[in-house]
Design a binder for this molecule. Sequence first.
Ligand code: THU
Length: 140
Amino acid sequence: MVSDQDLIALARRARDNAYVPYSNFPVGAAVETADGQIFTGCNIENASYGATNCAERTAIFKAVSEGARQVRRLAVACTEDEPCMPCGICRQVMAEFASPDFHCLCVPGPAPEPGQADRIRLLGLEELLPNRFSLEPDKR
Ligand code: THU
């Protein structure tokens, strides 16, 4: 199993592939599926802005399109000094594929100096999206 720090490093590296000619706001993400596979993603923008895909959804959709159905951890990093918080649409997508112990690791853009700890904001689904929509009432 990869460590939290390794998953975070993969998210920061995936950010290098961000296609962001409109916002110039690169984001990277890395997910671990319930069976231990890792998928990465970046944000991909479009001249028709609404067609933009966030980094988190790119990573989750890559996992799902390869057969995964449950995501256990998701690391996300933009380039700012504060931890990157996922948008509402991505939170709903996380809710769809979250394993029971799912959590999101939100980190600042810069990697910590050697010997320093990363500043990780650890968020479970309940914090990310309370009272969330579901077609099944018992999952709300
Ligand atoms: N973005 C993400 O990739 N993830 C987030 O959690 C928030 C926003 C992207 C979408 C767009 O390409 C850029 O950041 C600015 O909104």
